[in-house]
Design a binder for this molecule. Structure first.
Ligand code: KIV
Ligand code: ZN
Length: 515
């Protein structure tokens, strides 16, 4: 049986540090959906946002705090009363709340970023934690750029933070500079030198600039850390944060070497990875550990032969353990509602009645145009409908003329707030013509930053999944859609992004603050 000492707490920061990835912004409904899945997975702490940074973040933390029941909900705050008050206000209705406050402690950050003397920073640590403790006993403190902080000063700040009431001390490798042996030694050093360290849980928060975030986190666990901060798919600032799925599966797969457990239901990992990828539009690389499309695929004959004889020859964990089912049902145009529902269940996709109705309609439409409907098609189809019920602009139809002779034109019909609009536009190629038609029907200043197409499955009748990133007034959004017709998918992805920008426009957003 695992004792409390062997339990590693999982602190997920997909909704806060993950959302800080350029272009990964999520709306409230999307954040809530992710938070509920994280809770179902058994994540111990969900960092829901940085309430002072924008009204949108405040509202997201507030809604998640009042909805989530079992996980602790955390809100981030700098070492400033206003930040802490705002975080506390957003967390008011949380059943379990945590205020996570931070300040930089490295010489570089103190001098150039904060322009504060070490003594002032030390005092701010004490004052901020004491202030946060007025709202909750569960206060976490982070010395930003901790891995590049002088050891004497780090020990002094950590000791004072615990005295002031911090129950969790989180050591960030903010710029992903540390290497595993060194980071493990840093944690061991704190355990040896800080006299009251046993009164707090040591946590780590590693960035992936050198591709070492997971390795550093695991080295820290072996040295005594008992909370790991991570994100689904390793989403996060720059090269990202430590990937939750990799941390959890490494601990589960190698108990012989790392005898620690987490409370995560690993069977929900694939579902969480897909949800985050769909919402953010960040495609998971095929060879990504645990959740990449090839993570359990065996191409070479020798490997296939080995796996057929005994899966353990080339599989160190089962696909089922991360929620991948080897489903036997193949859908086609004759499949009915019951088979479709069974397939959704197999894939771990749960839909409400209306969404199910709409997904089934789209499935029938797809099956008419495509001989085999694969699992990936179903996932793309369901993802496509996610959170689009309130869209103001809706795609109706598209007819494109293209080829090597003559101008390329697009005849497009949309509805905008229920009103039908149609136009013909031309352009430098069919995609340009299609996007020009959208611009003519719904004039806007947003800039297209990325246009990306990938095939959902193999074959010439495969669906194209199109991702666009658009920016308006400093805010960027991702739009996604899939269809067997690449141009229809392109138009729908563009419309999806425009709808997200419209939602963003309505929000009042004070300047973003980086952490
Ligand atoms: O990377 C970092 O230092 C952070 C802190 C706010 C914990 O995200
Ligand atoms: Zn971070």
């Amino acid at each position: 049986m695992t004792s409390v000492k062997d339990r590693v707490l999982i602190f997920d920061t997909t909704l806060r540090d993950g959302e800080q990835s350029p272009g990964a912004s999520m709306n409230l409904e999307e954040k809530l959906k992710i938070a509920l899945l994280l809770e179902e997975m058994g994540v111990d702490v969900i960092e829901a946002g940085f309430p002072i940074s924008s009204n949108g973040d405040f509202e997201a933390v507030r809604r998640i705090a009042e909805t989530v029941k079992t996980s602790t909900v955390a809100g981030l705050a700098r070492a400033a009363k206003g930040d802490i008050d705002r975080a506390a206000e957003a967390l008011t209705r949380a059943r379990r709340k945590r205020i996570h406050t931070f300040i930089s402690t490295s010489p570089l950050h103190m001098k150039f970023k904060l322009q504060m003397e070490p003594e002032q920073v030390h005092q701010a640590v004490i004052d901020s934690i004491a202030h946060a403790r007025r709202y909750t006993d569960d206060v976490e403190w982070s010395p930003e750029d901790g891995s590049r902080t002088e050891h004497d000063f780090l020990c002094r700040c950590v000791e004072s933070a615990i005295k002031a009431g911090a129950r969790t001390i989180n050591i960030p490798d903010t710029v992903g500079y540390a290497v595993p042996a060194e980071f493990g030694q840093l944690i061991a050093m704190l355990r040896n030198r800080v006299p009251n360290i046993d009164q707090a849980v040591i946590s780590v928060h590693c960035h992936n600039d050198l591709g070492l975030a997971v390795a550093n986190s695991l080295a820290a666990v072996q040295a005594g850390a008992r909370q790991v901060e991570c994100t689904i798919n390793g989403l996060g600032e720059r090269a990202g944060n430590a990937a939750l799925e990799e941390i959890v599966m490494a601990l589960r797969t190698r108990p012989d070497f790392m005898p620690f457990s987490t409370g995560v239901r690993t069977e929900l990992i694939t579902k969480a990875s897909r949800l985050v990828s769909t919402i953010t539009g960040f495609v998971v690389q095929p060879n990504k550990a645990i959740v990449g499309a090839n993570a359990f695929a065996h191409e070479s004959g020798i490997h296939q032969d080995g796996v057929l004889k005994n899966a353990q020859t080339y599989e160190i964990m089962t696909p089922e353990s991360v929620g991948l089912t080897r489903s036997k049902i193949v859908l086609g145009k004759l499949s009915g509602r019951a088979a479709f529902k069974a397939k959704l269940r197999d894939l771990g996709l749960e839909l409400g009645d209306n969404a199910l109705q709409e997904a089934f309609r789209r499935f029938k439409d797809l099956a008419d145009r495509k001989r085999h409907v694969y699992d990936e098609d179903i996932v793309a189809l369901v993802d496509d409908g996610l959170g689009r019920a309130n869209d103001r602009i809706r795609f109706v139809s598209l007819m494109v003329v293209c080829g090597s002779t003559g101008p390329q034109t697009a005849d497009l019909a949309l509805t905008v707030d229920g009103e039908s609009r149609a136009i013909q536009a031309s352009g430098q190629g069919p995609v340009d013509a299609t996007f020009n038609a959208i611009k003519a029907l719904f004039p806007h200043e947003a800039k297209l930053l990325l246009y990306q197409v990938h095939a959902v499955t193999e074959g010439t009748d495969a669906q194209a999944q199109v991702t666009v990133r658009m920016e308006e007034a400093g805010k960027s959004v991702i739009g996604q859609a899939s269809d067997v017709d690449t141009l229809v998918a392109s138009a729908r992805a563009y419309v999806h992004a425009l709808n997200k920008l419209l939602v963003k426009r309505q929000k009042q957003a004070p300047a973003a603050i980086s952490a």
